[in-house]
Design a protein around this ligand. Structure first.
Ligand SMILES: [Zn+2]
Length: 122
């Protein structure tokens, strides 16, 4: 791994367990391998138009688009759909969270999201 890759992956908390060296590997084979092993990023890939070689599993250059790193991590993390409601305001809130559902509910209540204090599970 070159210094740029080392520095970049370290700065963006791309840890070894979600990163693979793609050197000499066929694109299709490596994508399948990454999918089966929960690996989200590869380095030593073919170069992007700006000359980088670190890509997400879907093939996007994460050096050109660093926001994609958080997006990718979030989208592969296990999450939970929830439906909260408020009787006083007659609101329903459908959401998705990667945190423990009780913590999410507590956050909504403490921040009084939507001006509501009585959020409950539905
Ligand atoms: Zn790039």
């Amino acid at each position: 791994m070159d210094n740029f890759t080392k520095q970049f992956t370290s700065n963006h908390q791309i840890t070894e367990n979600i990163l693979i060296d793609a050197k000499g590997k066929a694109v299709n084979g490596i994508k399948e391998f990454m999918k089966n092993n929960d690996i989200y990023f590869a380095y030593n890939t073919t170069l992007c138009k700006n000359g980088h070689n670190i890509r997400s599993r879907s093939g996007h250059c994460v050096v050109c688009d660093v926001a994609r790193i958080a997006f990718v991590k979030r989208s592969f993390k296990n999450g939970c759909l929830y439906l909260f409601g408020s009787k006083s305001k007659q609101f329903l809130k459908l959401g998705m969270t990667t945190e423990i559902i009780e913590n999410r509910l507590q956050k909504l209540k403490s921040r009084q999201i939507g001006g509501v204090q009585d959020w409950k599970f539905y």
